[in-house]
Design a protein. Structure first.
Length: 205
């Protein structure tokens, strides 16, 4: 029996060529030359609000670097949001500052100020505080105004909240509730063993 040459129709041939061209693993040279999407860096960003002193910023930055096993960067200073100002007490509402800080897309971002801040707490409409953060949140604010030189401990305390830690009953733990007294600033800047165990993946050696 004679062998007959089988010819493929132009339509079928074109379909096979396209299928091979777009098969996984057969990326074009142009596709291979495109840079990969950047991976979001895991870091703590310090956002100076207003004109905090270099001492305040250095204290916070040093505390974060020695406590957490993540990169710490300092962003360009910005003005405190006018919408957060509370004229009757001439201070700033912390919850409004925190919402403002959320505009920055970093993994964790901390607004730092030397101005007095407050929020509604303990049945008091305008309660002076050292810092404010949500448990599991991404942004928080700290102020050196009431911290009596211990703003570094306040910063560690607040990021502890963002990593999921509630207040701790251990009076020697940095996560103790200061109750507006400034006590956290004068306590140890370290986590107790129970709190440390919960966030050990983020802690330095």
């Amino acid at each position: 029996m004679a062998n007959h040459e089988r010819r493929m129709s132009p339509v079928v041939l074109a379909a096979l060529i396209l299928a091979c061209a777009f098969r996984p693993g057969n990326a074009s040279a142009d596709d291979r030359s495109r840079p990969l999407q950047p991976v979001k860096r895991v870091h703590i960003a310090i956002l100076p609000l207003g004109k905090p002193s270099r001492h305040t910023l250095s204290s916070v930055e040093s505390a974060l670097k020695r406590t957490f096993n993540v990169e710490v960067i300092e962003l360009k200073p910005v003005s405190l949001p006018r919408s957060a100002f509370y004229p009757p007490r001439k201070r700033y509402r912390a919850e409004k500052i925190k919402a403002f800080v959320l505009r920055w897309p970093d993994w964790k971002v901390m607004g730092v100020t030397d101005r007095d801040i407050s929020t509604t707490a303990h049945r008091i409409p305008d309660y002076g505080i050292m810092g404010l953060a949500d448990i599991g949140g991404r942004a928080w604010v700290v102020s050196s105004f009431r911290s009596h030189g211990g703003v570094d401990s306040v910063a560690i305390h607040e990021i502890g909240h963002t990593l999921g830690l509630p207040h701790c009953p251990n009076s020697s733990c940095v996560m103790v509730d200061a109750m507006g007294t400034g006590k956290v600033a004068n306590s140890s800047s370290h986590f107790c063993s129970m709190c440390a165990a919960k966030i050990k993946r983020w802690l330095g050696c």
